[in-house]
Design a protein around this ligand. Structure first.
Ligand SMILES: NC(=O)c1ccc[n+]([C@@H]2O[C@H](COP(=O)([O-])OP(=O)(O)OC[C@H]3O[C@@H](n4cnc5c(N)ncnc54)[C@H](O)[C@@H]3O)[C@@H](O)[C@H]2O)c1
Ligand SMILES: O=C(O)C[C@H](O)C(=O)O
Length: 337
């Protein structure tokens, strides 16, 4: 249903989106994985993409050959580590989306992925610093609360860090929040917008349900908050060892990538998405990265929105969030340094 709606909306936009200035190369790193494949499929439908470069350590030639038969305008190329494939994928990229890395199994936290994924992200950051220092970098690889600071430290070391162009993708949390609230309020999710702030794991995910326009009982509030914070665990448990969310993440990642493209090359104004970015909101408490609604413009992050008025219940959630977030960020920064 999404694909049909999305295709229709993209098709409508295509009529005014064909000039070269509106088109860009998008690279997906980790493109042959559970997220990478459906995400690349959705990006193949995006009218702002002129070239989709798919990089993974395995299987990208097949994924690229398959996607390249879809009759949308973009060219698709597949790259592996052979023949300097990472360089070829990254050169001239305007947007780089990164779902490379291992997913959770039941019983694991996202932080348990750190040991494996930190070095993967570090390697990809070193390559991005060299081959596409001006690209907009969208990080999906977990733990996002630490992988974004790792990426930033590598870019800083290379002297190319632009905080306006590095984004942790937290869109899945708002997608889930919208869906879960719509289920209990019997609404169409398209009319249910829930702001979610903080980070992307457990108690660092803070839904601001008091701003939703709906009334909740205390029981509903507790249940919804918990479900939004631990929605990822539901999928990990249901997949029973076969990974974590891939299809809903591809949907969320494609939505965020499209927003970045619309704001940076599509000329669209007032594009607002939540994202885990370098932020001043809690910098006075030593927390340099935070997810909140972010206004995107031609150069990326244009304005970081504050939290606005929040309830005492949410103030409590934010305090708990900040404790974990600070540790997750520090761990990423020290690894990246
Ligand atoms: N931000 C979010 O909301 C969110 C949501 C879901 C999953 N994730 C995270 O996304 C990551 C990927 O999840 P998945 O389900 O697609 O996993 P997956 O194992 O299915 O796919 C990961 C892919 O990364 C590739 N890869 C490994 N090392 C690489 C390297 N050095 N360079 C390029 N590619 C490399 C693998 O070959 C594989 O194809 C995980 O860390 C997961 O926790 C984040
Ligand atoms: O839960 C996970 O490990 C994957 C992802 O971060 C999610 O929220 O689904």
């Amino acid at each position: 249903m999404f694909a049909a709606t999305r295709a229709a909306s993209f098709a409508a936009k295509r009529s005014f989106s064909t000039s070269a200035a509106n088109l860009s190369k998008v690279a997906v790193l980790g493109a042959a994985g559970g997220i990478g494949q459906p995400l690349s499929l959705l990006l193949k439908e995006n009218p702002h993409v002129s070239h989709l470069a798919l990089y993974d350590i395995v299987n990208t030639p097949g994924v690229a050959a398959d996607l390249s038969h879809i009759n949308t305008n973009s060219k698709v190329t597949g790259h592996t580590a052979a023949n300097d494939g990472l360089k070829a994928a990254l050169e001239d990229a305007h947007v780089v989306v990164i779902p490379a890395g291992v997913p959770r199994k039941p019983g694991m936290t996202r932080d348990d992925l750190f040991n494996t994924n930190a070095s993967i992200v570090q390697t990809l950051a070193q390559a991005a610093a060299k081959h596409c220092p001006k690209a907009h970098i969208l990080i999906i690889s977990n733990p996002v609360n630490s992988t974004v600071p790792i990426f930033a430290e590598v870019l800083k070391k290379a002297g190319v860090f632009d905080p306006k162009r590095l984004y942790g993708v937290t869109t899945l949390d708002v997608v889930r929040a919208s869906r879960f609230v719509s289920e209990i309020k019997n609404k169409d999710p398209k009319d249910v917008k829930i702001t979610v702030v903080g980070g992307h794991s457990g108690v660092t995910i803070v839904p601001l349900l008091s701003q939703s326009g709906f009334e909740f009982t205390k029981e509903e509030l507790d249940a919804l908050t918990h479900r939004i914070q631990f929605g990822g665990d539901e999928v990990v448990q249901a997949k029973d060892g076969a990974g974590s969310a891939t299809l809903s993440m591809a949907f969320a990642g494609a939505r965020f990538a499209n927003s970045v493209l619309e704001a940076t090359v599509g000329g669209k104004k007032g594009v607002i998405e939540p994202s885990f970015v370098k932020s001043d909101l809690y910098a006075d408490q030593g927390i340099e990265y935070f997810s909140s609604n972010v206004e995107l413009g031609p150069n990326g992050v244009e304005k970081i929105h504050g939290l606005g008025e929040i309830s005492d219940y949410e103030k409590d959630l934010v305090q708990k969030c900040l404790v974990d977030l600070k540790k997750n960020i520090a761990k990423g920064e020290s690894f990246g340094q």
